[in-house]
Ligand binder design. Structure first.
Ligand code: AMP
Ligand code: ZN
Length: 119
């Protein structure tokens, strides 16, 4: 069923507590934890508890959870004190764009200058 945990999904395992992670925030619908391979001084992933393969799939099926994800990303930025200096929220979608984990996740990146266009 859409949104149900997947046995072979790393982020479902983190949500369930079966794989350890450095969790910084939790809500009824989301979990936020530090990226294991940080690309900036602040690099936190915000994931829905429900399993969807990418941001668009989540938004189409459960738009209120997508809104929760973006609110939690903003709350992470405040917690990490990067809200005033600026931060970037990234959803890599598809392998050509760098997606490697097929459970929706927002990257929250901050604490350094950001280039545009992105690499
Ligand atoms: P993406 O490449 O956009 O799919 O992002 C997946 C992210 O998950 C990468 O930035 C990885 O460094 C990160 N990652 C992979 N395994 C873990 C883990 N066990 N705990 C935290 N972050 C992870
Ligand atoms: Zn999952």
């Amino acid at each position: 069923m859409a949104g149900e945990p997947q046995a072979d999904c790393l982020f479902c395992k983190i949500v369930a507590g079966d794989v350890p992670a450095d969790i910084v925030r939790e809500s009824a619908t989301t979990v936020a934890f530090r990226d294991i391979n940080p690309q900036a001084p602040t690099h936190v992933l915000v994931v829905p508890r429900a399993h969807y393969r990418d941001a668009a799939s989540l938004a189409a099926a459960e738009p209120h959870i997508m809104a929760d994800l973006l609110c939690e990303a903003a709350a992470v930025a405040v917690d990490e004190k990067v809200d005033e200096t600026g931060y970037r929220v990234v959803f890599n979608t598809g392998s050509g764009a760098g997606q490697t984990v097929w459970h929706t996740h927002a990257h929250v990146l901050g604490g350094r200058g950001m280039e545009w266009p992105p690499g």
